[in-house]
Write a protein that binds this ligand. Structure first.
Ligand code: TYC
Length: 121
């Protein structure tokens, strides 16, 4: 959707108000067109519990990839440990997908089976 719609013929010199150009009576009018931009859809990034990934590694992931402080990261990790899954953060689709890939890559590099996924918020 364009920012402006305009009807016919050029305007007058710079600074000439719309519709008052020396255009032989044919005027140009700029109208504001209502913008319809939907807010981006948001996605939760989740970590899943397992029996093998060390708690310290999960806390490190929550600090390094989701910028949580140590206390918050520890609380989220314990919630996942007890409830099976937990939200690391909420992001636009591309950012969420990148976080998932980075966490999975870090877990595989370290030899841990940690699972990370995303779902519509
Ligand atoms: N359950 C794991 C353990 O006891 C810790 C853990 C927490 C693993 C959160 C994954 O997403 C996870 N070592």
């Amino acid at each position: 959707m364009p920012l402006f719609s305009h009807n016919s013929t050029p305007a007058g010199p710079p600074g000439t108000p719309p519709g008052q150009g020396d255009d032989g009576g044919a005027s140009t009018t700029l109208e504001r067109v209502a913008q319809k931009t939907e807010p981006p859809r948001l996605f939760q990034v989740l970590l899943l519990n397992d029996d093998f990934t060390p708690m310290e590694f999960v806390v490190m992931v929550l600090q390094e990839y989701f910028r949580h402080d140590l206390d918050t990261a520890t609380q989220i990790m314990l919630k996942i440990h007890h409830e099976g899954r937990g939200v690391c953060g909420v992001f636009t689709k591309d950012v969420a997908a990148t976080k998932v890939e980075m966490v999975l890559a870090a877990a595989r590099r370290a030899g841990h089976p940690l699972q990370c996924t995303m779902e519509a918020a």
